[in-house]
Design a protein around this ligand. Structure first.
Ligand SMILES: Cc1cc2nc3c(=O)[nH]c(=O)nc-3n(C[C@H](O)[C@H](O)[C@H](O)COP(=O)(O)OP(=O)(O)OC[C@H]3O[C@@H](n4cnc5c(N)ncnc54)[C@H](O)[C@@H]3O)c2cc1C
Length: 430
């Protein structure tokens, strides 16, 4: 090979990259990818921006482990979300990367996060979505009650995206915050978890009940505060995922970075607990990988309406429903444990469009875990199935509403996402 010459240059400040779109989606987690793909399929020019270097948000980078909220509860479950959500399930199934098992009166799907990222990437490409990774929001420009442009920083220089409509799928309402929208959050902290996987397992891997029983006895000895949680084995991967830590997730870069480092030492204490209390299963095990710090609930936009806990508990079908979910109220409001509230077999939680459309910006819609819901209510709708359904509804709203989502004809949005409201394909056990 010819030896390349060395070339010197003084490039100056990198030029701003400017993209124009019909829809700009901020956040490439389950909700944002779904919004982007569905909007691309509807013919919109879509730009999807994320601060991470890899798509998928927590569903890929958090080692979450299971897909929840895709099926109704009870003995004869049916599928709740279709379109992009169903395509992703089909991809995982075809790759042998999904195993359904009963959980929380419904079904949870153990999945391979690498296959999920691959599926997201294929559908984004097929839908013609322009994806910009490694782009951290820096500024949002508005004219009156319309958002006009976002600016972001990438490692290669500044980026601007102008669009008619915007989706905040950042999980923390990062876009709403920069745009000066009214925001809301729980008055007390909601705890996050750093998931990790361990390899080199012995058998048997302890049940959830066995882990909780040992935690009750021995947690203080290992310096662990959380008294519940679980480990679960992945079929065919000789891997066990561990969900046993709890920490606060402040909206401050310095404080959150400290938390992330402390979470690593909490993981070491969890490993000491597992090895000490279950030597047969974990005596020779080692940490395989550690997910990014998992954030459950922080801050959301204030929308046209708030999904209340009473509405979740009643299962009332709301007039502007755009998606369904069947998951208990799962609220991580105490360091020691989790508040679970389960429902009957027929129970459905209906997600209203009004809880997604920003109250004081007419062309901003939220999707995923930063929609407007009371803290317990959000604990029932922030799992991956309904996050994808919210993404689909955000795309439909952008397609129909353009830059005025306050004037949307809700019935037309509902017609576009009708499968997510009415269809009942049989679930895994039927
Ligand atoms: C520990 C843990 C375990 C869980 N277990 C399960 C489970 O088993 N099953 C299940 O279904 N759900 C589970 N969940 C819930 C579920 O994972 C999340 O609620 C869901 O994935 C949220 O998706 P999202 O798209 O709303 O947000 P996220 O996945 O958080 O995506 C938000 C994206 O926005 C980007 N972003 C944020 N701020 C900016 C910014 N300023 N500029 C640019 N980009 C930005 C982020 O990089 C991220 O990629 C769990 C959650 C946690 C924390």
């Amino acid at each position: 090979m010819k030896e390349p010459r060395r070339i010197e240059s003084v490039p100056g400040r990198p030029a701003r990259r400017v993209l124009e779109a019909d829809l700009c989606v901020v956040g490439a987690g389950a909700a944002g990818v779904s919004a982007a793909v569905e909007a691309g399929r509807l013919g919109l020019r879509v730009v999807l921006v994320d601060s991470l270097a890899q798509i998928g948000g927590q569903s890929v980078n958090g080692l979450i482990g299971t897909l929840c909220g895709f099926f109704s509860m009870g003995d004869a479950p049916y599928q709740l979300s279709y379109g992009f959500a169903a395509d992703v399930l089909a991809d995982l199934q075809a790759a042998g990367a999904l195993a359904w098992r009963p959980g929380r009166r419904s079904f949870v799907g153990l999945y391979d996060e690498h296959e999920l990222a691959g599926s997201y990437a294929r559908h984004l490409r097929a839908a013609g979505v322009e994806v910009v990774l490694g782009a951290v929001l820096a500024e949002a420009q508005r004219e009156g009650d319309r958002l006009r442009r976002i600016d972001a920083w990438t490692r290669h220089g500044p980026l601007s995206v102008t669009a008619r409509c915007f989706v905040d799928a950042s999980g923390d309402a990062a876009l709403g915050a920069l745009a000066g929208a009214t925001l809301q959050q729980a008055e007390l902290p909601v705890y996050g978890t750093r998931m990790f996987s361990i390899a080199g397992l012995g058998r048997p891997v302890p049940t959830r009940a066995a882990v909780i029983e040992r935690l009750e006895q021995a947690a203080p000895r290992y310096g662990l505060a959380r008294r519940d949680g679980f480990v679960f084995e992945f079929p065919g991967r000789d891997l066990c995922l561990v969900n046993l830590t709890h920490f606060q997730t402040p909206l401050d870069a310095v404080a959150m970075s400290r938390v992330a480092l402390e979470a690593r030492s909490e993981i070491d204490r969890v490993m000491a607990f597992l090895r000490g209390e279950f030597p047969q299963a974990f005596g020779g095990a080692r940490i395989q990988s550690v997910g990014q710090p998992g954030v459950r609930q922080t801050r959301g936009i204030a929308a046209l309406r708030t999904l209340s806990t009473a509405q979740v508990r009643s299962g009332e079908r709301l007039p502007d429903a755009i998606g369904r979910c069947a998951w208990p109220i799962e609220f991580h409001g105490r360091e020691e444990g989790v508040h679970w509230e389960t429902f009957g077999d027929e129970h459905i939680t209906w997600i209203p469009l009004g809880a997604m459309v920003a109250r004081d910006l007419r062309n901003l819609v939220a999707a995923g875990r930063c929609v407007d819901a009371e803290p317990f209510a959000l604990g029932a709708i922030r799992v991956i199935g309904p996050c994808m359904a919210m993404g689909a509804a955000a795309a439909a709203a952008a397609f129909l509403g353009g830059d005025d989502l306050h004037a949307l004809d809700v019935a037309k949005v509902q017609a576009l996402v009708a499968d997510n409201l009415e269809r009942r394909d049989p679930g895994p056990a039927a």
